[in-house]
Ligand binder design. Sequence first.
Ligand code: BGC
Length: 410
Amino acid sequence: MTTFREFPSGFYWGAATAAYQVEGGIENTDWAKAALEGRVPECGSACEHYTRYEEDFDIAKALGHNAHRLSVEWARIEPKEGVFDEEAIEHYRRVLQALHDRGITPFVTLWHFTLPLWFSESGGFERPDAPDIFARYAAYVVAKLQDQCHFFSTMNEPPVYASNGWLRGSWPPFHRFSFIDRVAITNSNRRVEKAPYRSVRSLWRYLRVMKQLVRAHNAAYTAIKLVSPAVDVSIVYHVIVFGATTSLWQRLRACVANYVWTHRFMRQVAKKTDSIGLNYYFYTQFGDTRTWRKTDMDWNFAPEYIYEALKILARYKKPLFVSEAGLADAKDEGRAEYIVKQVQGVYRALREGVDVRGHMYWSLLDNYEWALGFEKRFGLVAVDYETQTRTIRPSAYVYKEICLRNGVVE
Ligand code: BGC
């Protein structure tokens, strides 16, 4: 027997993108420089979303979305230290207007991984004054966009940014702590690039960057509230769910891992966040001997464990939004099932009293998957990068049904 699980009215349904991954034509960032040096794939014109955003939002609307998460590109808005580009702001105002025109509520992330070159070249988040610099930028953008957007996130996945950049050495600035290769902290099997630096100093620098990111978020929150007290300010956190078999030892390992990955950071920012964005991709079970079905990223196909991720964040007693969750699946064979199970997981958390207010699938479009380039396909909509043709995948219609009915069948 099947039952229809209805979500609370006003629930936000949609998808997410990030500026560098879709816009194209962004040349003044640490990632663009790394591409020139041959350390990461080139991003080039990506999905040309910078000029095609209206067409893309038409698709989102046709797919029943009432919300959309996007990011603005720091390097466009502040191309030189302390110099802000009004034209870049005007562009994003047009983008937000295009969403409103289609009845879609925007969620804006102020920084999604890429840094302006002037900032990365002068030390990036290792600069002692980085929190103030970031807070100035954040407050500037929010003051300019507040009449068009209520939901702002300061930053995307700080621990992913810091661990790929300072421990794994796979992202700029390519520092590596080689011991990390031996610790299976994720089920990601991410390709580890050959990094020039491998030193114990990287670990120390990583810890410093994490501290700076805490400070940067908190400073940005305070600065935003001074200029725009009414907006909702959140942080987007990538929760890896560490579970365990029943053995006491494995449960202890899971507890420690959840603390180290999520709570150690979150407890330092929890007082300065109005809501929290959850990005969910990984479930790892200690003591597990199962053979998992895999996504195209070689990640475990475990959508239902989003429930556990929401429970982990529920302890901070803030409204939660699923700001990203999804899979790479070029053939679109498992995406519909994945989405349905993921949404059922969200419903399970809601039923247990967790205050979840939205669900944004990653991603609306296929896009630049960082160090893996354009090969991985996360989109509800397929992109042909030669012709820039968009093709809606069949699974997008399954999600459309969920969005329009405001619920899921179980
Ligand atoms: C990031 C996205 C990325 C996605 C899939 C998230 O960690 O926020 O930028 O594309 O995961 O790897």
